[in-house]
Design a protein around this ligand. Structure first.
Ligand code: SF4
Ligand code: SF4
Length: 201
């Protein structure tokens, strides 16, 4: 009797196992066939910080105020900016992010006064050395603009930056001279007016 009972239990166990297999066989596949298939990342996913592309100007909004560099606890942001002739604000001419030291704390994104930074959705970031994670945001921006079919933001050359700095210095000097001349003219006018006022008295 026990022999037939063992056969019945074994057969029942086989049926149970096959039922699970058959049930999953007809269900839709949930496994992502990476890397052939990719899942869309959550909007809250934090890849490396990157420049936001302004929909109006189709370029970045960084005014090189350096607030992100100062607040970064890992001190991994290096940037420079210049005010170009005809522009009202400074513009970033260099923005380097050493992502190998980044804790993705988000302070740089939060502190930015022009909302120029966001977290990228990039999750496939690989490299063979630390240097591979030194990211130039202006170059990355160009690649994204190209991919989106937008006009590419030119990275100014050293000569252009030097010329802009010289032009800004000259403009500042001219403004100071003008202000000084105005102050002197005002002083002279006041000095002329003072004796006339005394004569009347
Ligand atoms: S996310 Fe944090 S650690 Fe990374 S660059 Fe920004 S401030 Fe620095
Ligand atoms: S805080 Fe914003 S605007 Fe200022 S330097 Fe950083 S990214 Fe540029």
């Amino acid at each position: 009797m026990s022999y037939f009972k063992e056969i019945a239990v074994g057969f029942w166990s086989l049926i149970g196992g096959m039922a699970v297999t058959i049930r999953y066989f007809v269900k839709p596949i949930v496994t992502v066939q990476y890397p052939r298939e990719k899942i869309p990342m959550s909007p809250r996913y934090r890849g490396y910080p990157q420049f936001v592309i302004d929909p109006e100007t189709q370029t970045h909004k960084c005014i090189a105020c350096e607030m992100c560099a100062r607040i970064c606890p890992s001190q991994l942001i290096t940037l420079a900016g210049t005010k170009f002739p005809g522009e009202k604000q400074k513009r970033a001419t260099r923005y380097v992010h050493e992502h190998q030291f980044c804790s993705l704390c988000g302070l740089c994104v939060e502190v930015c006064p022009t909302t120029a930074l966001e977290f990228s959705p990039v999750y496939r970031l690989v490299g063979f050395s630390r240097e591979d994670f030194v990211l130039d945001h202006l170059i990355l921006l160009q690649a994204r603009q190209q991919a989106a079919g937008l006009p590419v933001t030119k990275v100014p050359t050293e000569e252009e930056i030097s010329a802009a700095i010289a032009a800004e210095a000259a403009a500042k000097e001219a403004r100071e001279k003008e202000a000084k001349a105005k102050a002197e003219a005002k002083k002279a006018a006041e000095a002329q007016a003072a004796p006339a006022k005394e004569d009347k008295e």
